[in-house]
Design a binder for this molecule. Structure first.
Ligand SMILES: C=C(O[C@@H]1C=C(C(=O)O)C=C[C@H]1O)C(=O)O
Length: 197
């Protein structure tokens, strides 16, 4: 499996010294909250609200902020998705895609890590804008377009390797005709356990 850390070129943003502990850990995906909840009861706790947000996640996070919301691009560029991601997107297994990893920050602190796989077909025509989002949230683009439709949400259970990494995640495909991109959102405990409970 290609290394996520080494093969993203293009507009790669150098990792900041504190980026490592917040890297996205390997994740198992479940089609229902109930199935994931059998393995991690936290899915049924305060994280449940965030796992079920149907509209723009960015908009929901902005509402939860007392002061400010911002997107920090960790890295983005052409790279090879994992085999599981390629299968999920039904694209050729070694085909490169535009991969974007960001931190979604509320009131100055990282709340969510997000990894988006944008296959070549999505970058054609108007989709070319997806390579130039910078710190503009992807959700603002997806939810303001009449073309993109979200598929069902899956719940992820992460296998954190270092403390402080996300433990719970969600992801879904967004479809435009026969094109699809994959958005994964990895919840940091600071989002649903704000007082470290
Ligand atoms: C898909 C959305 O976009 C959000 C913004 C992202 C980005 O800027 O890369 C990634 C995942 C999101 O949670 C959303 O707001 O629902």
């Amino acid at each position: 499996m290609p290394s996520r850390d080494s093969d993203i070129g293009g507009n790669r943003v150098p990792a900041t010294p504190d980026a490592r502990p917040l890297a996205i850990p390997p994740t198992d995906w479940y089609c229902s909250l109930a199935a994931a909840g059998l393995r991690n009861p936290e899915v049924h706790g305060p994280a449940r609200y965030w796992l079920q947000v149907e509209g723009s996640f960015t908009a929901a996070l902005k509402k939860a902020c007392a002061r400010s919301f911002h997107v920090e691009v960790q890295r983005e560029g052409f790279a090879t998705p994992t085999l599981e991601e390629a299968r999920h997107l039904a694209i050729p297994l070694r085909q490169r895609a535009w991969i974007r990893e960001v931190r979604l920050c509320g009131d100055g602190a990282p709340w969510v890590l997000a990894r988006t796989i944008i296959p070549m077909a999505c970058l054609e025509g108007a989709g070319g804008r997806l390579r130039h989002l910078g710190s503009k949230p992807l959700g603002a683009y997806l939810f303001s377009s009449p073309h993109w439709q979200r598929g069902p949400l899956e719940t992820g259970l992460c296998r954190p390797q270092v403390s402080g990494q996300p433990e719970i995640a969600r992801r879904s495909l967004f479809h435009w005709g026969n094109r699809a991109l994959l958005v994964g959102e990895y919840l940091l405990p600071s989002l649903y356990r704000p007082h470290g409970l």
